[in-house]
Design a protein around this ligand. Structure first.
Ligand code: FAD
Length: 411
């Protein structure tokens, strides 16, 4: 088998890269060891976070750090045994989160995330995926008046970036979501973002679009990638594929290929969990809601999806459901969660970098490219990433300056 490009990893990011390359006339084979969209992209909270200009920084206040050190918060947990291996990347994450550095990151990030909706819009239309999308925004709810006031002030500050929100008092929140218990001090309604009812179905719809453009999808093992003369060879279920160029888009597993090819990046993962619940009888929930306690409850095709915050553990360590159990305990009295839908608790790993930005662009070898490290915003930024990388690979003017995402920023 021969192709112009082998894209390794068919999560939402790899599929979007593959579509954009196929649209530009490249013959593309998209390769995954499993089903497209079956990795991290399967289980997220479904938010296309147009407002998410400020990526999640490492906590800097001593008070917050002291709270997290107890390891009983529900938004962030860690395994003591994982800390020695994580110490290097986390120290860099902490360093890049200092105010001056973080402000520069937000400037870059805001420019990129500004393309999140328009780029998805184009693909959603071509993929006939409109039925999977809600365009009425999402809610952040706050239990403490002090946090509510601080977050409202932060939301006001984002207005010059073109971000719109509506502050809600408890009555306003009750009118929008009558099934919530009256335990919240207020809320912010981010009106522009979109939400996805079934993130797996969206990746599958994008895969069908890719195939309709002449692209091929194959099962294969990305870690078999090796340089073959001036090309790249990778093993698939249909035999070896030789391609002029290769893109590593294997999300939290991207490291498995790059390390074999001699490049070690300061990647780490933030694991997360989800479970689905039937809405309590006679109750329902219209919006995806982030509770400041540290979880999201989002109405999805499979039920109300409860997703957790970050768990710092080794990527391949067995699941530790304590965090989602703690989230359920806090969520149940406030949200209309009925019985849990049968099925295992899902776990995924957000692929993270210390400066909170993805890695998009040429890798360290000729003809090798990367699109990974999207952390909390891989669904949000996937379509924009596809366009950016395809533009770089085909010599088109990039939609944003690619320099902030260059792999070479990590020495
Ligand atoms: C709980 C949770 C909630 C989230 N909520 C949101 C949200 O609301 N909005 C948002 O924007 N983002 C959210 N995210 C983040 C988002 O889900 C990820 O950033 C995104 O899915 C990453 O996509 P990806 O394509 O890079 O990786 P993946 O979806 O993980 O895709 C990588 C692919 O590589 C394949 N692969 C791995 N190894 C190999 C191999 N050896 N050979 C071949 N293929 C291989 C895998 O099978 C997989 O299909 C959330 C994440 C979590 C965990």
């Amino acid at each position: 088998m021969k192709a112009d490009v082998a894209v390794l990893g068919a999560g939402i990011v790899g599929v979007c890269v593959a579509i954009h390359l196929a649209e530009r006339g490249r013959s593309v084979v998209l390769i995954d060891r499993g089903e497209a969209g079956g990795g991290t992209s399967f289980g997220n909270a479904g938010l296309i976070q147009r407002e998410g200009v400020a990526p999640y920084a490492f906590p800097r206040s001593l008070l917050r750090l002291a709270r997290y050190a107890g390891n009983r918060q529900i938004d962030m947990r860690f395994a003591w045994s994982a800390l020695p291996a994580l110490a290097g990347p986390l120290a860099r994450y902490w360093w890049r989160s200092r105010p001056a550095s973080y402000r520069r990151i937000v400037v870059d990030y805001a420019q990129f995330i500004a393309h999140s909706l328009s780029e998805h819009a184009a693909l959603i239309e071509q993929a006939f995926a409109d039925h999977l999308i809600e365009r009425s925004g999402w809610l952040e709810v706050f239990r403490s008046p002090a946090t509510l006031a601080a977050e409202r002030a932060a939301a006001e500050e984002r207005a010059p970036l073109g971000l719109e929100h509506r502050p809600l008092d408890p009555d306003g929140l009750a009118r929008m979501e009558p099934a919530l218990a009256p335990v919240f001090a207020g809320a912010i309604h981010w009106t522009q973002p979109w939400t996805v009812r079934d993130p797996f179905a969206l990746t599958q719809a994008y895969l069908r679009l890719f195939k309709s453009l002449g692209g091929q999808f194959r099962r294969g093992d990305g870690t078999t990638l090796r340089a073959d003369g001036g090309a790249w060879e990778v093993q698939t279920d249909a035999g070896p594929l030789v391609a002029r160029e290769a893109v590593v888009a294997m999300g939290p597993w991207s490291d498995d290929v790059l390390r074999r090819l001699g490049r070690r990046l300061p990647f780490f993962v933030k694991r997360g969990y989800h479970a689905h619940y039937r809405p309590r009888e006679g109750a329902g929930q219209r919006f995806a809601i982030h509770d400041e306690a540290g979880f999201v409850v989002a109405p999805m095709a499979a039920g109300l999806r409860l997703t957790t915050g970050a768990q710092f553990m080794h990527r391949d360590a067995p699941p530790d459901p304590a965090q989602i159990a703690a989230c359920e305990t806090v969520a149940r009295p406030a949200f209309p969660l009925g019985d849990r839908v049968a099925g295992a608790i899902w776990m995924g790993s957000r692929p993270c970098t210390p400066d909170m930005k993805p890695v998009i662009g040429p890798a360290h070898r000729p003809g090798l490219w990367v699109a990974t490290g999207h952390a909390h915003h891989g669904l949000t930024l996937a379509a924009a990433t596809g366009r950016l990388l395809a533009a770089m690979m085909t010599g088109e003017a990039p939609p944003v300056d690619p320099a902030p995402y260059a792999m070479g920023r990590f020495r």
